[in-house]
Design a protein around this ligand. Structure first.
Ligand code: SF4
Ligand code: SF4
Length: 748
C-alpha cells in the first residue's frame, strides 16, 4: 500500500454530504433564458462572435479564446441571442459583467460536432487545441484554462487526479465518479497521453467516498493508475495540500506544481476532457450540488451553464423564508448570494441553502485573545493571527512578507477562532488591495519611464543645439576679427568654410582602417548574437499565464534581434571581397587605383570632379543660409579650377593602348547635368528676393514631406533611428515656419 503523508493543520467540520447522494444526478427542464457570462475563467475574456438577434445551435461557439490564456464560450442549447449586456455574475462582490442572454427555442438542436476517433493517432498539440476550443477550464473552482496547464513545457513525472472534494455538503465529484467512472478513467488516459505518459498517475480520494472508490476500481485493472485513499480532513483537496499528502513534496513558495514535475487535474475537468476529445462536446454543462435544509430536494443536477440559480431552486422546493443566507460553494469557502438571478457558471459546484439552525449566523467578532488556534489549523503553515493584524492596519509590506498570497482562503482559521473573527474576509480584502496597488504601480512606473525618456531626448537635443550655436558664434567672431585685420577683404576662408573644414576633418578622423572596420563589425555580430540568445531565453521562460500582449512583445523583440544579427552579418559580408575574403573594399579600390594607367586615373578624377560639381551646384540651389551659399560657391570655384587643370593634364598625357573607361556618353551626361545645375543656379541668381524666398519655401515644403515620409516608415518599421528622423522633421518644420514668416513680411 502506498505511503501517504498527514495534512498539515486542517479541521474536521461536519460533512453533511449524505443528503445529496440519495438519488442519481438529475436534469432540469430548459429555463426561460440562459445568462452566459463572457468571462468565466482566469485570463483574457474571449472574443464575441455573435450579435443580438442571432439564432444559434447547441454547442455553437459564442465567443472564441482571445489569446494564450483564455477560453471560449458555447451555446448550452439552441435558441436566439436576445441580449448582450452587463448582468450580475457569481462573485463575492456581487459585481456585474458582460453576459450573453440566450432564449432557448425548446428544440435543443446540436451544431455539427465530432469527436476524435483514436486520440493516440494525434499529437498532444492537436488534442490541446481541441481542449482549448472546447472552452474547458479547471472545474474544481480555479477556472484556469486546462489547455494552458496541460501544455506546460516542464517535464512531468506525476499526474494527480483530485477526487478529494473535501468541502462539506458538496458531492458533485463523488456522484460524477459513481455514474461515469469508465469515462473518467478514459479521460485520465487522454491526460496521461498529452503529458507524455508520466511515470505515476495517482487518484487521490478521501475515505468518506467508498462508493466512488468501488466504482473506479474495476476500470483501473491493467493500468498504471493508482487509487490512493487517505483520511478525510478539510482542506485536503487544496492542490498544494493534496500533492503534499500523496507525494510528501512541497510546491515551492510562489511556484507551480509543474516546477516539481507534477500536474493536478480535477475529476470534473477530466470528465470534460474525455467528452471534448471523444465526443466533440464543448463545456456547456456541469454537475452542481443543490443542498441545504431550506430545499425539499437535496441532489446533484447536470446543469446547463447560464441557468439562473432561481431555476435550480424552484425545482428543488426552495423555501426562501427558512434560508437567511444563500451560498454559492460550500460553507467554508463559499460566498453569499444576494441575487437569485445570477447564473451557474463553469466553476459553480454547489448551491447551499441552509436554514438558520443548520448554519447559524456567526456571533459578532470579539478581540483576538492570541490563543494560536488559527496557526495550528492553517494547512499552509501561515500565521493567520499576524496576517489579521497587518490586514487591519493595511500594512501590505508585512502581509507580503508573511506570504499572504500562499493563503488558499480555506477558512480553517476562521472556523477554529474562538473570537469568531472573519479572518478570511480580511485576507481577501487585503489581497484585492495589494493587486490593485501593484497594478497602479506598474502603470505609474511605465508613465514615469516614458516621461524620463522624452525629457532626456529633449535635453540632448537642446544640448546639441547649444553646441552648434556656440560654434557658429565663434566662427562668426573669428571671421569678424580676420576681416578687421585684413581690411582689403581678401580673406582666404569664410566662417562657413571653417565649419565645413572642421566637419570634414572630424569625418576624416572618424574613418577607420579596413582592419578596424572589420574588427568593429565582428564585435557587433558577437553583441547581436548574445542579444538574440537572451531574447530567446526570455521568450522560453515566459510564464504560463503571460498575456498575449506580453508574448507578442517578446516575439517582436526576437524578430528585431534576428534582424539586427542579419544586418550585422550583411555589413561584414559587404566589407569582404568575394574573391579574397581578407581584402576589404577600401583596399580593393586602392589596389585598383594603383593598377590604373595615368590616363585612366585622370579620366576617373575628371568624372569624380564633375559629379562633385553637380552636387555642389544642387546644394547652392537649395542653401537657405547666405554664408553657407558663399562657402559653397567658393568650393565650386575651386572644384572648377581643379577640373580645368585635370582636363589639361589629360590632354597632355599620351594615349595608351588600353583606352579610357569614360565613354563619350558618360561625359555627355555629366556635362548635361552640369549645364542643368548651372542654369538652375543662374536662374536663382537672377531671381528677385521674393521669388527666392518662394523657391526656398517650396523647396523646404518638399523636403519636409520627404522627411515626414521617412519618419512614418521608420515608425512603422520600429527603426532605431526614429529619434534622428523626428529631429530632422522638427528642424525642417522650424525652418519652413521661419521662411514662411519671412515671405509673409516680404509680401506685405
Ligand atoms: S484563533 Fe482567533 S483569537 Fe486565536 S489567535 Fe487566531 S485570531 Fe486570535
Ligand atoms: S484561510 Fe489562509 S490563513 Fe486561514 S487557515 Fe486557510 S490558508 Fe491558513
Amino acid at each position: 500500500m502506498r505511503k501517504v503523508w498527514d495534512l498539515i493543520g486542517g479541521v474536521p467540520p461536519p460533512e453533511n454530504k449524505h443528503q445529496s447522494v440519495q438519488s442519481c444526478i438529475g436534469t432540469l427542464p430548459l429555463p426561460e433564458k440562459l445568462i452566459i457570462p463572457l468571462n468565466q475563467h482566469i485570463g483574457a475574456p474571449p472574443k464575441l462572435l455573435v450579435a443580438e438577434g442571432d439564432s444559434v445551435l447547441k454547442g455553437q461557439v459564442l465567443a472564441e479564446p482571445n489569446g494564450m490564456v483564455s477560453a471560449g464560450i458555447h451555446a448550452p442549447t439552441s435558441g436566439i441571442i436576445s441580449e448582450i449586456s452587463a448582468h450580475s455574475i457569481p462573485h463575492p462582490s456581487g459585481m456585474a459583467a458582460r453576459c450573453i442572454t440566450l432564449v432557448p427555442d425548446g428544440h435543443d438542436r446540436w451544431a455539427d460536432i465530432k469527436g476524435v476517433e483514436n486520440y493516440r493517432e494525434h499529437s498532444p498539440e492537436e488534442l490541446l487545441d481541441v481542449i482549448r476550443q472546447a472552452g474547458i477550464v479547471g472545474l474544481g473552482g480555479g477556472g484556469f484554462p486546462t489547455a494552458v496547464k496541460l501544455g506546460t513545457q516542464q517535464s512531468i513525472s506525476t499526474l494527480i487526479i483530485n477526487s478529494s472534494e473535501c468541502e462539506p455538503y458538496i458531492t458533485a465529484d463523488d456522484m460524477l465518479i459513481r455514474e461515469h467512472a469508465k469515462d473518467i478513467v478514459e479521460g485520465i488516459k487522454i491526460l496521461s497521453f498529452i503529458l507524455g505518459e508520466p511515470e505515476e498517475i495517482l487518484i487521490g480520494i478521501e475515505d468518506n467516498k467508498p462508493e466512488a472508490y468501488e466504482a473506479l476500481e474495476p476500470y483501473l485493472q491493467d493500468t498504471n493508475i493508482e487509487l490512493v485513499e487517505f483520511t478525510t480532513r478539510y482542506p485536503s483537496g487544496g492542490e498544494k495540500q493534496l500533492i503534499q499528502i500523496l507525494t510528501g513534496k512541497e510546491v515551492p513558495n510562489g511556484g507551480l506544481p509543474a516546477d516539481i514535475g507534477i500536474v493536478c487535474q480535477n475529476i470534473g475537468t477530466t470528465y470534460a476532457v474525455q467528452r471534448a476529445i471523444q465526443q466533440g462536446e464543448p463545456l456547456i454543462s456541469r454537475v452542481t450540488t443543490v443542498t441545504g435544509n431550506a430545499c425539499e430536494t437535496n441532489k446533484n443536477y447536470l446543469v446547463l451553464i447560464g441557468t439562473p440559480i432561481s431555476h435550480l431552486l424552484e425545482h428543488s422546493g426552495f423555501d426562501q423564508s427558512k434560508c437567511p443566507r444563500l451560498i454559492m460553494g460550500g460553507p467554508m469557502m463559499g460566498f453569499t448570494l444576494e441575487d437569485l438571478n445570477i447564473p451557474v457558471i463553469k466553476t459553480t459546484n454547489c448551491i447551499l441553502a441552509p436554514t438558520g439552525e443548520e448554519l447559524p449566523t456567526p456571533p459578532p467578532a470579539q478581540p483576538c485573545i492570541r490563543c494560536g488556534m488559527c496557526a495550528e489549523a492553517c494547512p499552509a503553515s501561515l500565521l493567520p493571527q499576524q496576517l489579521f493584524w497587518h490586514a487591519q492596519s493595511h500594512n501590505y509590506e508585512h502581509l507580503e512578507a508573511h506570504n499572504l498570497f500562499d493563503c488558499i482562503e480555506c477558512g480553517a482559521c476562521s472556523y477554529v477562532c474562538p473570537s469568531n473573527i472573519p479572518l478570511v474576509q480580511y485576507y481577501r480584502a487585503a489581497k484585492g488591495e495589494i493587486r490593485k496597488l501593484s497594478l497602479e504601480k506598474i502603470n505609474s512606473d511605465r508613465a514615469r519611464e516614458r516621461f524620463e525618456f522624452q525629457k532626456t531626448r529633449k535635453e540632448k537635443e537642446e544640448a546639441g543645439k547649444a553646441v552648434k550655436r556656440e560654434a557658429r558664434k565663434k566662427a562668426a567672431e573669428q571671421a569678424r576679427a580676420k576681416k578687421a585685420n585684413n581690411p582689403s577683404g581678401n580673406t582666404e576662408t569664410s566662417p562657413a568654410d571653417d565649419i565645413i573644414k572642421a566637419a570634414m576633418a572630424r569625418a576624416e578622423a572618424q574613418k577607420a582602417s579596413p582592419q578596424e572596420q572589420r574588427a568593429k563589425l565582428e564585435r557587433g555580430i558577437v553583441r547581436a548574437e548574445s542579444h538574440l540568445e537572451s531574447v530567446q531565453k526570455r521568450l522560453n521562460t515566459l510564464e504560463q499565464d503571460a498575456t498575449e500582449k506580453q508574448r507578442e512583445q517578446a516575439l517582436a523583440a526576437l524578430e528585431d534581434a534576428q534582424l539586427r544579427l542579419k544586418d550585422a552579418q550583411q555589413k561584414l559580408a559587404d566589407l569582404t571581397l568575394p574573391s579574397d575574403t581578407n581584402v576589404s573594399n577600401t583596399e580593393k579600390t586602392v589596389m585598383e587605383k594603383s593598377q590604373a594607367s595615368p590616363r585612366e586615373a585622370l579620366e576617373k578624377k575628371i568624372a569624380t570632379l564633375k559629379e562633385r560639381i553637380v552636387i555642389t551646384l544642387k546644394k547652392i540651389a537649395e542653401a537657405d543660409d547666405e554664408s553657407l551659399k558663399t562657402a559653397l560657391q567658393n568650393g565650386l570655384e575651386k572644384q572648377q579650377t581643379k577640373l580645368k587643370d585635370t582636363e589639361q593634364q589629360l590632354a597632355e598625357t599620351p594615349a595608351q593602348t588600353n583606352e579610357s573607361t569614360t565613354t563619350p556618353e558618360t561625359e555627355n551626361a555629366a556635362a548635361a547635368a552640369i549645364a542643368r545645375a548651372q542654369a538652375k543656379a543662374a536662374d536663382q541668381a537672377s531671381m528677385s528676393d521674393e521669388d527666392k524666398l518662394k523657391a526656398t519655401v517650396e523647396s523646404l515644403q518638399n523636403r519636409l514631406i520627404k522627411a515626414q515620409e521617412k519618419l512614418a516608415s521608420a515608425e512603422s518599421e520600429g527603426s532605431e533611428h526614429i529619434d534622428a528622423f523626428r529631429s530632422g522633421v522638427e528642424k525642417l518644420q522650424a525652418k519652413l515656419t521661419a521662411a514662411e514668416a519671412q515671405l509673409a513680411q516680404e509680401t506685405q
